[in-house]
Design a protein around this ligand. Structure first.
Ligand SMILES: Nc1nc2c(c(=O)[nH]1)N[C@H]1C(S)=C(S)[C@@H](COP(=O)(O)O)O[C@H]1N2
Ligand SMILES: [Mo]
Length: 384
């Protein structure tokens, strides 16, 4: 699009936004808690039956979202292999590979180190990639000790560029006719691993990590998709080449068609950092007042806009009562006098750097051939 035309559209766009802000007066500053006499209207479109109730547990039921922090007993969990039960008395973790001084840490050693907390929304990158998988997300206060000083203490050697995190869980990994029993493993570049936000985490919302979420110790990598947050840690290893495990280089790979001057280029990238996203959580009714409530995450969120049916995008009100850099933002919008019948509700998040959550027909989403990184705009159907 020529620059001038684009600018004109943007100007018109913001004028339109101002006009409809009056139409949808966003009076509700706090989305939670539920107000007296408020009723939740269930979405007409519901996820299909979970085909893997062992691997995928406790998905978020969006209509039930009523707190910024997701309680542990309602927090989703994913396991690709088995779900190990670990005895903390015999458990310890090694930090080895290309380091001057390999370390072995018990849970007590890790707990004795400086404590750091982060409120971080974990989303599985496959969330919204399948009709049965729309609740692979939760927000928790994680506590542990920073990883970087431990790597520093071990002393990464000059040629170390990659840090591999091995879980205790194992599963069968096939390549052609070769089958191997391997540990769950994911890696990060040394620079990414040294991020001061990364935690060797042993606590979730004030209690020991639940078994499903990685007891006794997991990696918490704020700003990354769920897959990077390796649970049931067993060993951390520094290596001198990129690590091409199942979950780095074959599964959890995003394959896209990109257009480069009329020619198709196929890109294949390993899922890593989270992407900007939002979703409507629920529509509530109190007497004749309707409210749309939702969440936005994956990038520093500037604003969220909501579209009903094919109408204009209306600015939602962000609830600033509970916020953190790596946590979802809860938003709401008063929906004045919806006409009786079925409606479609779509949200889109805009980041502080002007990134907009892509529409489902944006080439970023439409030309993506794999499930992961499904951060396209979410549309829900509701009858009022
Ligand atoms: N060891 C290990 N870590 C793992 C997984 C796993 O199967 N094994 N699943 C990953 C995936 S795909 C996701 S989305 C997150 C989910 O974290 P949760 O189970 O605590 O919600 O854990 C990640 N860490
Ligand atoms: Mo995941």
């Amino acid at each position: 699009m020529p620059d001038l035309q684009r600018r004109e559209l943007l100007v018109q766009g913001s004028a339109a936004l101002a006009a409809i802000a009056v139409l949808y007066a966003s009076r509700r500053a706090y989305a939670f808690p539920k107000q007296v006499g408020e009723e939740v209207i269930p979405w007409l479109d519901q996820p299909t039956e979970n085909p893997d109730p062992v691997g995928i547990q406790k998905q978020l039921v969006w209509e039930d979202l009523d707190s910024w922090i997701t309680p542990n007993d309602k927090f989703f969990s994913i396991s690709h292999f088995n779900r190990p039960t670990i005895d903390e008395k015999t458990w310890s973790m090694e930090i080895g590979g290309l380091v001057k001084k390999p370390l072995k840490l018990t849970l007590a050693d890790i707990r004795a180190r400086p404590r750091q907390e982060v409120v971080f929304t974990v989303e599985c990158s496959g969330n919204h990639g399948f009709p049965f998988f729309t609740g692979g997300i939760g927000n928790a206060r994680w506590a542990g000790t920073p990883l970087a000083p431990i790597l520093e203490e071990a002393g990464v050697l000059e040629k170390g560029i990659e840090v591999v995190f091995f879980g205790t869980d194992t599963g069968e990994v096939p390549i052609r006719d070769v089958k191997m029993q391997q540990n769950f493993a994911r890696s990060m570049s040394l620079a990414d691993a040294m991020n001061p936000d990364n935690l060797l985490c042993y606590e979730m919302n004030g209690t020991a990590l639940p078994a499903a979420n990685g007891f006794p110790v997991r990696l918490i990598a704020p700003g990354w998709y769920g897959i990077a947050n390796v649970k049931w840690l067993k060993r951390i290893e520094v290596r001198d080449t990129r690590f091409m495990s199942l979950l780095m280089a074959r599964d959890y790979v995003t394959i896209r068609e990109e257009d480069h001057n009329g020619e198709t280029v196929w890109t294949e990238t390993s899922v890593g950092r989270a992407l900007i996203k939002s979703a409507p959580a629920k529509v509530t009714r109190k007497d004749s007042d309707y409210t749309i409530i939702g969440a936005a995450w994956g990038a520093p969120i500037d604003r969220v806009e909501v579209q009903v049916d094919q109408g204009p995008w209306a600015p939602a009100t962000i609830d600033h009562s509970e916020e953190a850099e790596h946590a979802w933002k809860i938003w709401s919008l008063d929906w004045a006098n919806p006409s009786p019948g079925e409606h479609m509700v779509t949200s889109r998040a805009v980041s502080t750097t002007g990134q907009i959550q892509p529409a489902m027909d944006d080439p970023l989403i439409a030309k993506k051939h794999t499930y992961w990184e499904s951060n396209g705009q979410v549309t829900r159907r509701v009858r009022v």
